[in-house]
Design a protein around this ligand. Structure first.
Ligand code: NIG
Ligand code: FE
Length: 411
């Protein structure tokens, strides 16, 4: 079926084939057409251009986008959207003065979510998670990465990854699954880290690979969590099953983790609230995408990723939500884009590049997602009538989205 969108006020993020990410000063440019048309056929973008060249198609469904902006759907490359229950009590504890680290030391945090997850059935986890997935699709997310990491047991991790697989089977949105068994050390392994890493490598990974449940491997490389050496063991093991690394690193401390991730050819390094000059140096001229998660900084009051400094050094940057019950109970990519503009001083052009094409790169799908490109997936957002795309981050608390299409399906 053909869908022809006409009279588009601004058609944003139009790209030639073959552009997989944008870096440094290129991020300031967001290619667009004014008074444009866009033609979708089934699940693919087949044509776009200025209205004066708009084809006449008697069979096509016509959508009049007068006054409206059209852009590619968001690519959210870092989430923990599959989880059980919530951590609202920790939210209140933090308001009353405890820090995220203090809560974790008391056995809250990731271990709290792991306890809830292991006490919940796969069906129930799926039911809770699908509500969140449906919500973010309506908010314009058209591709998403989802991590395990709240199981921390063989059965718990498998349960999470199976729920992710089921979501991928039942919804049109592209889902990439990441195995995050190395999210925290369960209490019983607190004094015996290598034993838990053995469990990940010898028990979890082979089962996950056998059922083909993961695309990537992750670890929480951080003081008090997984050391550089421990994370290197995890990345090495992942390679044996062709699972490229996407690593949580530099959230609270800089301990030369980024260099280790680059050495192991990680697809992305995520969080980066604390970044040193050496970290920036090692990321230059590599294939590793830095990913910032500003709604995590917002929610737990930690520094924001130094985006300007990184882009000025020529690096690319992607933006993602980090949707999870502890540090970011929100999957709203428009809020992420707005917060990047407001708090990280990214321009709207830079933030939208970071949340679309660079987000697609950070989950290995930039040949099919992340821009308005002939041959890419028919993944688009149509806004309400607005004055320009700047209104999206400017009205940070409004939902200016009117319609979302994911792989040709109207959501
Ligand atoms: O990305 N930092 C590690 N993992 C998650 C938070 C996990 C949690 O608190 O549940 C994050 O922020
Ligand atoms: Fe995370």
């Amino acid at each position: 079926m053909q869908t022809l969108i006409v009279n588009i006020k601004e058609l944003i993020q139009i790209r030639e084939k073959g552009i997989h990410m944008v870096s440094g000063s290129e991020m300031a440019t967001l290619p667009m057409l004014k008074n444009a048309f866009l033609l979708l056929e089934d699940d693919v973008i087949v044509d776009f251009g200025e209205m004066k060249n708009c084809p006449t198609l008697s069979e096509a469904k016509i959508i009049d986008a007068t006054g409206k902006v059209v852009l590619p759907t968001w690519c959210d490359s870092h989430t923990h959207l599959v989880y059980a229950g919530n951590r609202v009590q920790e939210f209140v504890d933090r308001i009353n003065g405890l820090s995220y680290e203090e809560i974790a030391i008391r056995g809250g945090g990731i271990l709290n979510s792991a306890q809830k997850l292991n006490a919940t059935s796969e069906e129930e986890i799926y039911e809770q998670s699908k509500v969140r997935l449906e919500e973010v699709m309506k908010l314009g997310t058209g591709a998403i990465e989802i991590k395990s990491g709240y199981g921390l047991t063989v059965e718990g991790e498998l349960k999470m990854l199976r729920a992710i697989k089921k979501l991928a089977e039942n919804y049109p949105i592209k889902i990439k699954a990441t195995f995050l068994g190395a999210h925290a050390f369960p209490k019983e392994y607190k004094e015996n880290h290598s034993c838990y890493i053995d469990l990940i490598i010898n028990e979890m990974l082979p089962k996950i690979a056998k059922e083909n449940l993961a695309d990537y491997i992750d670890a929480f490389l951080e003081t008090g969590y997984f050391s550089v050496q421990e994370t290197e063991r995890i990345m090495e093991a992942g390679k044996k099953y062709s699972l490229q690394a996407k690593i949580h690193v530099n959230q609270f401390t800089a301990i030369n983790g980024i260099a280790a991730c680059v050495k192991h050819n990680a697809l992305s390094v995520d969080h980066l609230e604390i970044v040193t000059d050496e970290d920036i140096e090692v990321l230059k001229n590599t294939q590793t995408m830095p990913v910032a998660l500003p709604s995590c900084s917002y929610f737990i009051s930690i520094p924001y990723t130094p985006a300007r400094k990184m882009m000025e050094a020529g690096l690319p940057l992607a933006l993602a939500t980090d949707y999870n019950p502890g540090t970011t109970p929100s999957g709203n990519m428009n809020f992420v884009v707005a917060t990047a503009c407001i708090k990280m001083k990214m321009t709207p052009e830079e933030a939208i590049n970071a949340a679309t094409i660079n987000g697609a790169y950070a989950m290995g799908i930039s040949d099919t997602h992340g821009s308005i490109t002939k041959g890419k997936k028919a993944n688009i957002i149509i806004t309400k009538p607005i004055h320009s795309f700047y209104q999206l981050p400017y009205e940070f608390g409004s939902n200016l989205i009117e319609e979302v299409f994911i792989e040709g399906y109207k959501i």
